[in-house]
Design a protein around this ligand. Sequence first.
Ligand code: 13P
Length: 261
Amino acid sequence: MKMAHAYRDKLVVGNWKMHGNTLENQARFDALRGHVRRYTETVKIAVCVPFPYLPQAERGLHQSGISWGTQDVSPHAHGAYTGEVSADMAREFGARYVIVGHSERRAYHSESATEIAMKARRALESGLTPIVCVGESLEERELDRTNDVVASQLNTVLDSLSVYERLQLVFAYEPVWAIGTGRTASPAQAQDVHAHIRTLLVSRDRELVNLSILYGGSVKAGNAENLFAETDIDGALVGGASLDPVEFTGICAAAHQAAQK
Ligand code: 13P
């Protein structure tokens, strides 16, 4: 499948995690159509929903300019893998993005770097854009290992892909200590790691300079503007605040403002 190469797209993605039900989702889809849609000319916007709600996302966001996706995908194409959901299945319901290697999956499901690389590859083969999450724990940061941890996570994925495939990736820097804790990395802390990621990407292939790198970890309407003002932060992967339409709209509005500068 032919896909356009990214060019530092501004991108805001909501990760709903394991929240919602059909009633609550409908209210969120309506709010996205009503309030967030206006920013889609300058910002790519998406929500990654639990698997059973893909058909509802497809109905709820149809022709809204807002995309939808999943929070994980099987590393296999098909077969006897009880409980798994393939990238092709997600595509059947119009999914565009898939979050790969989220720290909650690395931690609670023991996902290895190799498995994450396989998931990214499988997603690309089905025409999904993988949002590959990287990030250090608090202990790793305190031991000054942030750059090494991020480099190793990133390189395992890049190693398994062709240059053409690498050009379709989106990265998300999510420091584990900032997820769901209310403790955001300062814009300068996030920028340091984003710049490191971009340098790593460019050292692999010059063309990768234009990949979008999102920040994730307690992003809210109130701190988005300062984060998006940093040179290498192209958008956000938003957990808790993506469930609140007012907050999520505020984050998309901040990305829209940043895109116009
Ligand atoms: P919070 O925004 O709730 O900190 O979650 C971030 C995250 O994990 C997004 O994938």
